[in-house]
Design a binder for this molecule. Structure first.
Ligand code: G6P
Length: 610
């Protein structure tokens, strides 16, 4: 979704801003812009629809100089994808603003500001920020005071950076509902919506809290909390790798991230699991004392993270004997739900900033959950800061919009949570041993599974001209079939639906013909024979199947069935292993179709608005 970069320095910051925007491209956007203020107070603004490269080209054609600047990638919400709607937005060529989030009362503000004589040049909600601040400045206030008095008039969400042509020495930033981080340099300071944007220039960050307004100059950062009181915020040293944004020789980030899975899963397990089982308190300080009393687990998430939660439900109920419900955050937050006794709320999110998941967590705080745990990939993110307990997946920065390594590390975390809760329930010694053993074997098994890439490449050839597809799985592979279908639709734009294969007769069989490929996930488990019957049902109706099967499952390929053998693995980790061939299938189909693999149309990596 939208991305923000800002800088106050002595040098020309245009390259820093553009590099920052490039590093935020993965979040999804449809236009980009930059505004620069020179020390003489000249304001230059350049905006383009399309890729950041269009903006870079436009900047290189002109004379863009400024030691203070703001830049933005926009993912359209209010108003179409046009240059006029791209940020930064200005008020009377004095104020320039970039903004993430949505000002919900923008129509009322717009009316009021129009009456005062302001002329709007865009359809956006953001332009109301620029004019409101300008109006406040007219009363002779400082930029800081004007922003503080403006934000009280906004309803909705904002992460915003504002600069004033009449004072190029500073920018003012405000955060409510959309993350902002300040990067500390030597004699220069930076702002971004994601620390990744600033890694080339600093590793020292301050994460603003809800309601914070800060004034940033070259030498100073002064922060005020939601009550307007001066406040100190912790400076955090980032250990994210500087080159996290590089493709390391792979053609796409997605392919790189698929291949990183053995390593990042190994990292996620490291110092958390030994031969006997889990080490103490891996879910946070005091976690074991809380997990001991858990009688129910309520999981909340969106997108791919939701599929991780669905898989976890099978594990928690089967192995840990604890009841579990899973719900999409945008549903949970708007309905009345019943809280079970001693229920643990678990949110899952790769970004830690997904608006619906965060809102669900905040709502749940008043509902009587015994505690909240987040499984998240971004330290310092809002979910991590606002949850009682946090477990960090160590997937590293995930750039491809379609989530891959974040998902498999989430699943790894959930198997560990199953062990941690199961310890205190009636988990059998055999189950415990089998999960511990399976987790230890997981990184190597993932490596082995990646070797089937070639077979999948061939298969993708047959698949790529289809418009629809059906994914089938049973038990803990049903959510994996859902995730496989999501990957395919996200990056290849082929319509894909997933069904629990027992549901075939209740509708989807009507769709089967040779134009509707059916992808089957078939590990060698107790449901294999049932699954084989479902396969026969498809075959009898002339369907073409692509079966990902355990090599011991004795599927025989023929003209109606292509079989890809997946290495045999321990049962608890089978959902993680079978995820990989489905990721690779989507990737190769998208390659053949020539879609934008890393930045699929209309999608965003981090969905920070509702
Ligand atoms: C977006 C991303 C997905 C992700 C979902 C939830 O839709 O494109 O990859 O699964 O948001 O995001 P989260 O950061 O909460 O896991």
């Amino acid at each position: 979704m939208c991305g923000i970069v800002g800088a106050v320095a002595e040098r020309n910051v245009v390259e820093i801003l553009l590099e920052g925007l490039k590093r935020l491209e993965y979040r999804g956007y449809d236009s980009a812009g930059v505004a620069l203020l020179s020390s003489e107070g000249d304001l230059t603004r350049i905006r383009r629809t399309g890729k950041v490269q269009e903006l870079v080209d436009a900047v290189s054609e002109g004379h863009a100089v400024g030691a203070t600047g703001i830049a933005h990638t926009r993912w359209a919400t209010h108003g179409g994808v046009t240059e006029a709607n791209a940020h930064p937005h200005c008020s009377t060529e004095r104020i320039a603003v970039v903004h993430n989030g949505i000002i919900e009362n923008y129509l009322a503000l717009r009316e009021k500001l129009t009456e005062k004589g302001y002329q709007f040049t865009s359809d956006t909600d953001t332009e109301t920020i620029a004019h409101t601040v300008h109006e406040e400045l007219k009363a002779g206030k400082s930029l800081l005071r004007a922003v503080q008095d403006s934000v009280t008039q906004f309803h909705g969400a904002y992460g915003t950076v504002i600069m004033d042509k009449e004072d190029p020495s500073r920018v003012v930033v405000a955060r409510s509902g959309s993350p902002l981080v300040i990067g500390l340099g030597l004699g220069e300071n930076f702002i971004a919506s994601d620390q990744l944007a600033l890694l080339p220039v600093t590793r020292r960050f301050i994460f603003l809290e809800e309601g914070d307004v800060a004034e940033v100059t070259r030498r100073e950062v002064t922060i005020f909390d939601k009550n307007g009181e001066p406040v100190e915020r912790e400076v955090v040293e980032s250990n994210i790798e500087h080159d996290a944004g590089d493709k390391a020789g792979y053609r796409h980030y997605m392919l790189k991230e698929i291949h990183e899975q053995p390593t990042v899963v190994r990292n996620t397990l490291q110092h958390r699991l030994d031969e006997q089982g889990l080490l103490p308190d891996i879910f946070g300080k005091g976690a074991d004392a809380i997990l001991k009393d858990v009688k129910h687990v309520q999981i909340i998430a969106c997108g791919t993270s939701y599929h991780a939660g669905m898989t976890a439900r099978y594990w928690l109920e089967q192995y840990a004997n604890v009841s579990c419900s899973v719900e999409i955050a945008s549903e949970f937050r708007y309905r009345k739900s019943v809280v079970h006794e001693n229920s643990l709320l678990v949110t899952i999110s790769q970004s830690g900033e997904t608006a619906d998941t965060l809102a669900a967590l905040r709502l749940a705080k008043d509902l009587g959950y015994m505690s909240s745990l987040t499984i998240c990939n971004v330290p310092g993110s809002s979910l991590v800061r606002e949850s009682d307990l946090a477990f960090m997946t160590r997937a590293g920065a995930e750039i491809g919009v379609a989530s891959t390594k974040a998902f498999t590390t989430q699943l790894t975390a959930f198997l560990m949570l199953t062990l941690a809760i199961g310890e205190h329930k009636e988990m059998s010694g055999d189950d415990k041993q089998s999960i511990v053993k399976a987790l230890h074997s997981l990184p190597a098994k993932l490596e082995e599974t990646l070797l089937i890439n070639e077979g999948i490449e061939d298969l993708a050839e047959e698949f790529a001209d289809k418009n629809h597809s059906l994914f089938l799985g049973r038990g803990d592979q049903y959510p994996i079939a859902m995730e496989g279908a999501l990957k395919l639709k996200e990056i290849s734009y082929i319509h894909a639906e997933a069904y629990a294969s027992g549901e075939l007769k209740h509708g989807p069989l009507a769709l089967i013909d040779e134009e509707m490929p059916v992808i089957v996930v078939a590990p060698n488990n107790e449901l294999l024979e049932k699954l084989k019957s479902n396969v026969e049902e498809v075959r009898a109706r002339g369907g073409i199947m692509y079966v990902f099967a355990d090599k011991n499952a004795a599927f025989k390929g023929d003209e109606s069935m292509r079989v890809v053998n997946v290495p045999h693995c321990e049962q608890p980790i089978a959902p993680i292993i079978y995820t990989l061939p489905l990721q690779l299938l989507s990737y190769h189909v998208a390659l053949i179709k020539g879609t934008d693999v890393d930045q699929p149309r209309n999608l965003a990596k981090s969905v920070t608005v509702e």
